[in-house]
Design a protein. Structure first.
Ligand SMILES: [Fe+2]
Ligand SMILES: [Fe+2]
Length: 128
């Protein structure tokens, strides 16, 4: 049986998934390096993470995955609002599980999501 070759779309989707994972992986490694006092290691890992973000985002853009900007901003706004709720729930779960540091991070990140939502609302009012 002939080996099936992937379509460009499949290759691009594989790249987007891989690059997305790499961004988080490198940034998490950088946090560990920071914690161990290895500042230059952390900086290098962060630099690589930004390259991976650039790779993934341009693949997504070139694949035509970004539609009308207003609709995309609205979609992201709904996502940020949901992310706030989800992290708030996560905070409560972590609290009742006795994981104080995790609960605290859920709380901080939840507030970030609320701030992101406010920023997107502001863009919608001013530019769209
Ligand atoms: Fe990459
Ligand atoms: Fe967010």
């Amino acid at each position: 049986m002939a080996e099936e070759t992937a379509t460009v779309e499949e290759c691009v989707n594989t790249e987007i998934k891989g690059e997305t994972w790499e961004v988080i992986q490198y940034l998490a490694m950088a946090l560990k390096a920071d914690n161990e006092g290895k500042t230059e290691v952390a900086q290098t890992l962060r630099s690589i993470a930004m390259d991976e973000a650039a790779h993934g985002s341009r693949f997504k853009y070139l694949a035509g995955n970004i539609g009308d900007l207003k609709s995309e901003v609205e979609k992201m706004l709904a996502g940020e609002e949901q992310a706030y709720e989800g992290k708030h729930e996560g905070m409560k779960t972590a609290e009742s599980g006795g994981q104080k540091e995790m609960a605290s991070w859920f709380d901080t990140a939840a507030h970030d999501e609320a701030r992101h939502a406010a920023m997107l609302r502001n863009l919608l009012e001013r530019y769209f």
